[in-house]
Design a binder for this molecule. Structure first.
Ligand SMILES: NC(=O)c1ccc[n+]([C@@H]2O[C@H](COP(=O)([O-])OP(=O)(O)OC[C@H]3O[C@@H](n4cnc5c(N)ncnc54)[C@H](OP(=O)(O)O)[C@@H]3O)[C@@H](O)[C@H]2O)c1
Length: 297
């Protein structure tokens, strides 16, 4: 079976491609937007790479031709001057869905986020919700996986956590009292591989979160104790209101970056009604083990 991956140079994509040796029956087409991203992909006889664009479904279909499944990873939380939610999260998904239809893909896997909602007042959650709706309305056999903060090599969440835990004066927005359900990136990889292999009919949407709910301040302290069992690290507070005000000004001047929208995403409680790990065939990694793994790297 051949699996095409969009946004293959994303942290999720790089972790997925690092695991291909454990899936010897699978071949991969790794789609990225630049030659430099292409050069940074892992090299393996199972992986062929290509430069792709998201503005023309027919062109994208040519690049992904021959794939049985399409795993759509391209997407952003932090907007840049030239990369906005509409283009990166919504329009790119529309093009990928159209291309998947054109190549006769048997299944599409779309990575979304806990909280995605086309009616959300938050522009990021709204864009991911609109993208989900495009996948659901496509008529394609598809699996939508809504994930929380992902912890694994190269993820933004793991880097921020490790650096906060190593900082003797750790600080977090509002003291870090918001609840998270961190997911080990290897568990997401397992879910993606399973969905590609099963190719369940229709479009199914699952929330997939880690086994433990924890406040971010406690997650930082737990990680600090993994580094030094005697750690008595305290987590100070960065005022949310003032930070949002400053982020609003600087992001407007810069045309992107750390915005009030991003701050609202980071500081919301990650709550799910049902954790779909069993339906996705995943055995969840304990939070302790996940933290140990990211510190080992
Ligand atoms: N990381 C998390 O904790 C987390 C949590 C929930 C959901 N997710 C979802 O998981 C997926 C992967 O996340 P990630 O954190 O691994 O991503 P990432 O490392 O931030 O990489 C973002 C990817 O999106 C591509 N991209 C950026 N702007 C684009 C545009 N305008 N059009 C098309 N592609 C564009 C990037 O390509 P270039 O390098 O060429 O810019 C890159 O491949 C995303 O859909 C994200 O929403 C991630």
């Amino acid at each position: 079976m051949k699996i095409a991956i969009t946004g293959a140079n994303s942290s999720v994509g790089m972790n997925l491609l690092a695991q291909v040796g454990q899936q010897p029956d699978l071949q991969f087409i790794a789609g990225v937007r630049s030659e430099s991203a292409r050069n940074a992909l892992p090299s393996s006889a199972q992986i062929s790479s290509c430069c792709i664009r998201y503005d023309d479904a027919a062109v994208l279909a040519q690049a992904l031709a021959g794939a049985d499944c399409v795993v759509h990873l391209a997407g952003i939380l932090i907007e840049g001057k030239h990369s906005k939610y509409r283009e990166a999260n919504v329009d790119a998904t529309r093009t990928v869905v159209d291309a998947a239809k054109q190549i006769g893909a048997k299944h599409v896997v779309f990575i979304s986020v806990v909280g995605a909602d086309p009616a959300s007042s938050n522009a990021y959650f709204r864009s991911k919700g609109e993208a989900e709706a495009l996948v659901a309305a496509s008529g394609l056999s598809a699996t939508i996986i809504r994930t929380p903060i992902l912890l694994g090599p190269g993820t933004a969440g793991a880097s921020a956590l490790a650096s906060a835990a190593r900082n003797p004066k750790a600080k977090a927005l509002g003291g870090g009292h918001y609840k998270m359900r961190p997911l080990d990136i290897d568990d997401l990889n397992a879910a993606i591989f399973n969905a590609c292999k099963e190719q369940a009919a229709g479009c199914a949407s699952h929330e997939l979160v880690g086994p433990e709910a924890i406040a971010y301040c406690d997650l930082i302290k737990k990680t600090a104790r993994k580094i030094n069992p005697d750690s008595t690290l305290e987590v100070g507070s960065i005022p949310i209101g003032f930070t949002k005000l400053m982020a609003g000004i600087t992001s407007t001047l810069r045309g992107g970056g750390f915005t009030p929208t991003v701050i609202d995403v980071i500081t919301q409680d990650e709550e799910v009604s049902h954790n779909g790990f069993a339906e996705l065939g995943v055995t969840l990694t304990s939070l302790d083990r996940t933290i140990e793994k990211i510190l080992e790297k």
